[in-house]
Design a binder for this molecule. Structure first.
Ligand SMILES: NC(=O)c1ccc[n+]([C@@H]2O[C@H](COP(=O)([O-])OP(=O)(O)OC[C@H]3O[C@@H](n4cnc5c(N)ncnc54)[C@H](O)[C@@H]3O)[C@@H](O)[C@H]2O)c1
Ligand SMILES: CC(=O)N[C@@H]1[C@@H](OP(=O)(O)OP(=O)(O)OC[C@H]2O[C@@H](n3ccc(=O)[nH]c3=O)[C@H](O)[C@@H]2O)O[C@H](CO)[C@@H](O)[C@@H]1O
Length: 420
């Protein structure tokens, strides 16, 4: 690395910021990683963390050995990249931008003429050119003349973070017609995908419509599953056949949509307008899926009250330990409210500390239950054997929300199978 190579300060070292800081450090940049959480900073400094994706874990550890310095105060740098949370405040019906504002204020204290600031958090369109610009300009520097202010969304898929961080195409948007070349050069130095440019508001919008698109498509699949049930049709068989058409590609029905992004980001689109109808309806369809799963279960058991039920999988999707917005916990809460006597939860990836429920092993969770509900499509569940269930359960009902189990084989083994 030459002395002219820019220094980079990454603000917020969570799911997005930490891999970003690591990829920059491993590309040869001098990177400062700042997070407001002192416990998180010291865990990173001492190496006492365990990222669920092993390749990512090794990658971050390598960066921490050389190139990435965890700092307790933001540092002066030629680039500041902001990756802080942007939760949706359901009571106020708007995005909580307080973390972006707080990060903007600390960046403003370090800012010098010629520096570049890039927001990477998911935000409502207009945030970078609006609120963030105002906060940064409190430094006395102008976003149109003295600094470059840009937005670049992160699109990594949890479970495949490292590959997507390096390979996904990127969009770089700047405000006030600011130059994109420096930011493009930075991303080009570690991204193998295409790097495209736009204005910041377009870049913010693109990120939101990508997730709204996915949410809407999953909602379509879920609605098809409910309709198929009504007509006593196997939804998966029908979808597979429909997908043989060259212009049809229906996604997989399931227990609902979880995760940190897809159930939240579409809500950012109705800021200052009441246009979304399809997008909001899709949200409602997906949020209604836990109820559909419970409907299947209660029909199969005839009485939920006093029953014992095992939920297989707590994470929001297969192969990850993330429980944010997971349909599994919605189902759990609702089942307890409806009088289920004993509820067992099991998950090969999730730790008990991360949820308000005790976790059991798969085998323990099945002992003497009336029904098991497969909620998460963890790859391990594809290899389950009906014998384990028949030997341990007192009932014989299985709701397979992901259609992972071979219906004929399980039915032959004496299981009453229901699929979403
Ligand atoms: N998780 C994903 O897969 C994903 C993917 C794409 C985009 N996003 C978006 O990226 C943003 C960050 O998400 P995340 O999942 O990394 O969040 P996260 O909660 O995992 O991490 C955010 C980190 O920022 C820190 N922080 C909060 N305020 C700060 C401040 N003022 N200065 C410095 N650090 C601060 C927190 O302590 C935390 O460690 C969000 O807008 C999210 O919607 C997330
Ligand atoms: C546009 C897009 O791809 N965005 C990705 C998304 O990442 P994600 O992990 O949230 O996305 P999914 O894997 O789609 O899972 C979401 C939920 O939908 C369920 N599901 C999925 C497919 C299906 O056919 N049927 C389903 O029921 C699944 O189980 C889970 O609960 O947001 C990130 C942050 O913005 C992005 O960075 C990342 O690119």
């Amino acid at each position: 690395m030459t002395e002219t190579e820019p220094r980079i300060c990454v603000h917020g070292l969570g799911y997005v910021g930490l891999p970003m800081a690591a990829v920059l450090a491993n590309s040869g940049y001098e990177v400062y990683g700042f997070d407001v959480d002192p416990a998180h900073r010291s865990d990173l400094t001492e190496g006492s963390f365990d990222l669920e994706e092993p390749d990512l874990d090794r990658f971050v550890r390598r960066a921490l050995e050389d190139g990435l310095t965890i700092v307790s105060q933001p540092q002066e740098a030629e680039f500041h990249i902001i990756c802080v949370p942007t939760p949706y405040d359901k009571d106020l019906d708007r995005t909580d931008l307080s973390y972006v504002e707080a990060a903007g204020k600390t960046v403003a204290e370090q800012l010098r003429e010629g520096d570049t600031v890039i927001l990477s958090s998911t935000v409502p369109p207009g945030t970078t050119a609006g609120r963030l610009r105002e906060v940064l300009e409190e430094s006395g520097l102008s976003a149109s003349e003295d600094i470059t202010l840009g937005y670049s969304p992160e699109t990594v898929l949890p479970g495949n973070t490292l590959t997507e961080l390096r390979e996904n195409d990127r969009i770089i948007g700047t405000v006030a017609g600011g130059p994109t070349d420096r930011i493009v050069a930075l991303y080009d130095s570690f991204v193998s995908g295409d790097v495209r440019t736009a204005d910041a508001t377009t870049a913010e919008f693109v990120k939101l419509i990508q997730n709204a698109y996915r949410d809407t498509n999953i909602a379509f699949a879920n609605e098809i599953a409910k309709l198929a049930h009504e007509f006593e049709i196997d939804s998966r068989e029908a979808i597979a056949m429909a997908n043989e058409h060259p212009r049809v590609e229906i996604l997989r029905p399931g227990p609902g949509v979880g995760g940190h992004c897809i159930p939240i980001d579409p809500l950012f689109l109705n800021h200052g307008n009441d246009i979304p109808m399809l997008i909001e309806t899709a949200r409602r369809v997906n949020d209604g899926m836990p109820e559909f799963v419970i409907k299947l279960l209660s029909a199969a058991l005839s009485d939920l009250e006093g029953s014992r039920v095992a939920l297989l999988g707590v994470a929001y999707k297969g192969g990850v330990s993330d429980v944010r917005e997971t349909p599994s916990l919605v189902i759990a809460e609702e089942l307890l409210e409806r009088g289920v006597d004993e509820l067992r939860l099991t998950d090969p990836y999730v730790e008990s500390d991360d949820i308000d429920y005790e976790l059991s092993s798969l085998e323990e969770s099945l002992n003497d239950v009336d029904a098991a509900v497969l909620v998460t499509d963890h790859p391990e569940y594809g290899a389950l054997s009906p014998k384990t269930f028949v030997d341990r359960m007192r009932g014989n009902v299985i709701i397979d929300t992901r259609a992972m189990l071979d219906e004929d084989r399980w039915e032959t083994a004496g299981i009453n199978m229901y699929q979403v």
